[in-house]
Design a binder for this molecule. Structure first.
Ligand SMILES: [Zn+2]
Length: 254
């Protein structure tokens, strides 16, 4: 091998090494965090199941106009859903959360004022959770067992706080983030859900979006289609009861 050829080979090897190193480094650091928290059951993104269940979730309500419209569409398709409510709004519209519960849906804690948790001391986060549990209890006589942090932000302290408050932290399927809060258009929301739907999905939507009716319009297309595909729509707590471990899954199939 000539010196020049050797140089070229070395360059290729070096480039390959650098590429593989940078590929590892560019993997999101929280991808590792996800499997860590997911295996321990500390945080749920979706639920592995062999059954055709999907959980719709609606954040940031209650809203006196949009929430009842969403409830109406859900009822039309015998769909149960989970509403992650904001405590301050629960105090303003207690009749709406009572309606959610009366229709068989589930309530989850979504903080009291929807602040950015990354800028709050843990004691303030704790206060946000407690005030919301109290607001929901005041309105309905029950306390939720699910919690979703605003924007999905979490850290070790928030995970521990959630556990010690007996609240299961629930995020959403990464392939089912509809971004309906940004009003991307009804068809964008519809295709996001329909193109990606699979067993055990937790779909992220919002029942309080300023100046947008896209969520409810999208639901009118999504629900009948998923129903045609054989899906049933359940609360997050119910979806969790259908979780299968990989071992169990194998036994079921043989
Ligand atoms: Zn939110």
């Amino acid at each position: 091998m000539t010196k020049r050829k050797l140089g070229a080979v070395l360059a290729v090897v070096l480039t390959a090494t650098l590429l593989s190193t940078s590929a590892t480094a560019s993997t999101p650091s929280w991808a590792k965090a996800r499997s860590y928290y997911e295996e321990r059951g500390d945080i749920v993104w979706e639920v592995p199941t062999s059954e055709k269940y999907i959980a719709f979730t609606f954040d940031d309500g209650p809203d006196p106009n949009k929430t009842p419209e969403i409830l109406k569409v859900l009822e039309q398709y015998q769909a149960k859903a989970t509403f992650f409510v904001v405590g301050e709004r629960v105090e303003r519209f207690p009749e709406i959360v009572r309606m959610e519960l009366a229709k068989g849906h589930e309530l989850g804690n979504h903080s009291y004022q929807h602040p950015a948790f990354n800028r709050l001391a843990l004691s303030s986060v704790s206060k946000q959770l407690d005030l919301t549990q109290e607001a929901i209890f005041e309105a309905t006589g029950t306390k939720p067992v699910l919690f979703r942090p605003p924007g999905g932000y979490y850290n070790e302290g928030i995970v521990e706080l959630s556990k010690s408050s007996s609240l299961q932290m629930i995020l959403w399927s990464w392939h089912q983030d509809t971004k309906d809060w940004a009003a991307p258009g009804v068809s964008a929301i519809v295709s996001k859900v329909l193109d990606n739907a699979r067993n055990g999905d937790i779909i992220l939507m919002h029942d309080y979006v300023y100046n947008s009716t896209q969520t409810v319009e999208a639901l009118k297309e999504i629900l009948p289609e998923l129903k045609n595909r054989g899906y049933s729509f359940v609360t997050v707590s119910e979806l969790l009861t259908h979780k299968v471990t990989p071992d169990h899954h194998i036994k079921v199939n043989h």
